[in-house]
Design a protein around this ligand. Structure first.
Ligand SMILES: Cc1cc2nc3c(=O)[nH]c(=O)nc-3n(C[C@H](O)[C@H](O)[C@H](O)COP(=O)(O)OP(=O)(O)OC[C@H]3O[C@@H](n4cnc5c(N)ncnc54)[C@H](O)[C@@H]3O)c2cc1C
Length: 461
């Protein structure tokens, strides 16, 4: 490895309390495996940290030896930015503890926690903060890009609920960051995507949520897709903040509430969570079953944590994934034609299109209230290209790219930083819009040497 001799490595390892994994070590291959199986990188050192002190040691080690540095939270980023070739990976996956302060309604969580870890800690007290829809995602990466899910229309983005963070800077300093401590860095962390330091713990505001809420799925035949999508657009645009409905278009999985003849055929799924009092939920969601004749529906009052994990079986690690994403101010009929044609030519059975409904509280903050630059996004499309065999790479990628291109005329031009693939660095400015220049100045202040660059990178001003 460039710039590193055995004595330097031994010096690093001697004072490190976690695990240092090197090529050839028993756990090395498992530790360099992340959610997206298309990513195959071989770090020289994986520093699996046990504490903030280990993180400081690793940052200093990488910087002083001019080694490429990557930071791994939950390892879900589609671009594979949790890893690097031939450099150092700060792996936070053993740092997962979460402490809830019920009186203050705050949770402090270490940066290796998954959404499931966070929900388990907070829901034990009937509390929650908004996160994403797949429980194995890392809190860290999701938060640093913005973070949205079933509670966001009611309570805002994950970053809108961030109170403070502990950060290890490029200089190796440990600082506390909040609205009153390093306020510029606090602004930049809330959407700036890991460009400014290693966050070792986050403190979030909590809300009374559930623990039981109304949630479920209504499934329509694909022949009705255009009519269902049009009615969805009108409904979602007027929905109360309590109600979030997403669309999934794909081949029907063998769900027990669907007739066998529907399995494997294209369907339009409306997935919803009603975040308010469940006794008011039935009336709020009733129209969703009247957009046509559903081929199946499954809904009821169930633990919020169960719904947070409902999509996990479709989004398991280990498959090959290629994503493309656009934001939308509204959903045009022309877009529906593009999506319907694409679903009719799915290249593999696992490929799907998600349309997330944002708006609500996510849009009520000023565009410059935090680094997250997409407050005007009312809807977001994520094309999930997904398959098991490398032999499908080319046609899967081509299908995703073609759909992305055909949908572009209807999109806002903005994009969610956390859904961008590795080759989309030219979209970083569009993702941050007018916030980009301020981010570049904060980057210059805290990481002028661009130590933290294995991400959707912001160039120091
Ligand atoms: C199946 C699936 C479903 C998803 N659903 C949603 C969703 O509903 N809502 C949503 O908002 N997003 C969603 N995402 C996107 C997700 O937010 C991003 O993939 C996010 O980057 C994942 O964070 P991570 O910690 O798991 O990833 P990692 O790959 O570990 O890290 C992502 C990036 O953040 C940096 N980073 C990680 N930890 C730290 C840290 N502690 N300090 C500094 N930098 C760090 C890394 O260097 C890397 O660049 C989903 C992703 C997947 C794969």
């Amino acid at each position: 490895m460039a710039n590193l001799d055995a004595a330097t490595l031994a010096g690093f390892t001697a004072g490190f309390h976690g695990d240092v994994l090197r090529p050839g070590d028993g756990e090395y291959d498992a530790a360099r495996t992340i959610w997206n199986a298309m990513i195959d990188k071989r770090p020289a050192v994986i520093a699996r940290c046990s504490s903030t002190a280990d993180v400081v040691r690793s940052v200093n080690f990488a910087r002083d030896n001019r080694l490429v540095l990557a930071v791994r939270g939950g390892g879900h980023n589609i671009a594979g930015s949790a890893l690097c070739d031939d450099g150092v990976v700060i792996d936070l996956s053993n740092m997962k503890s979460a402490q809830v302060d019920t009186a203050a309604r705050l949770v402090t969580v270490e940066a290796g926690a998954t959404l499931a870890d966070l929900d388990a800690a907070t829901q034990a007290h009937g509390l929650a903060t908004p996160t994403g829809i797949n429980s194995t995602t890392g809190v860290a990466g999701l938060t640093l890009g913005g973070g949205f899910g079933w509670l966001s229309r009611k309570y805002g983005l994950t970053v809108d609920n961030l109170e403070s963070a502990e950060v290890v800077t490029a200089a190796g300093d440990v600082i506390r960051v909040s609205a009153s401590e390093h306020p510029d860095l606090f602004w930049a962390l809330r959407g700036g995507g890991g460009n400014f330091g290693v966050v070792t713990r986050f403190t979030f505001r909590l809300h009374a949520v559930g623990p039981n809420l109304l949630s479920g799925l209504v499934v329509y035949p694909f022949a009705d897709a255009k009519s269902v999508l049009r009615q969805y657009r009108e409904f979602a645009t007027q929905a109360p903040d309590d109600l979030t409905v997403w669309v999934v278009m794909r081949q029907a999985p063998p769900l027990p509430f669907l007739p066998a003849e529907v399995h494997g055929t294209e369907v339009v799924v409306l997935a919803f969570l009603y975040a308010g009092d469940p006794s008011h939920g039935d009336a709020a969601v009733a129209p969703l079953s009247r957009f046509g004749t559903p081929v199946g529906a499954h809904m009821g009052v169930q633990p919020y944590v169960n719904w947070q994990q409902a999509f996990d079986p479709l989004l398991t690690p280990g498959a090959r994934n290629y994503w493309k994403s656009h934001n939308f101010a509204t959903l045009d009929d022309g877009l529906f034609d593009v999506l319907i044609a694409a679903v009719r030519t799915l290249p593999t059975p696992s490929c799907e299109i998600f349309i997330a409904s944002l708006g609500g509280a996510t849009s009520r903050q000023a565009a410059d209230s935090s680094a997250y630059g997409q407050r005007d996004a009312q809807f977001l499309m994520n094309v999930h290209g997904r398959w098991d065999s490398a032999a499908d790479d080319q046609r899967g990628v081509e299908w995703s790219r073609r759909l992305f291109k055909e949908a572009a005329p209807f999109a806002s031009g903005g994009v969610y930083i956390n859904f961008m693939t590795a080759e989309e660095g030219d979209r970083v400015r569009a993702a941050y819009g007018p916030n980009y220049d301020r981010l570049a100045r904060v980057k210059q202040q805290y990481d002028a040497g661009n130590l933290f660059r294995t991400n959707q990178n912001i160039t120091p001003a």
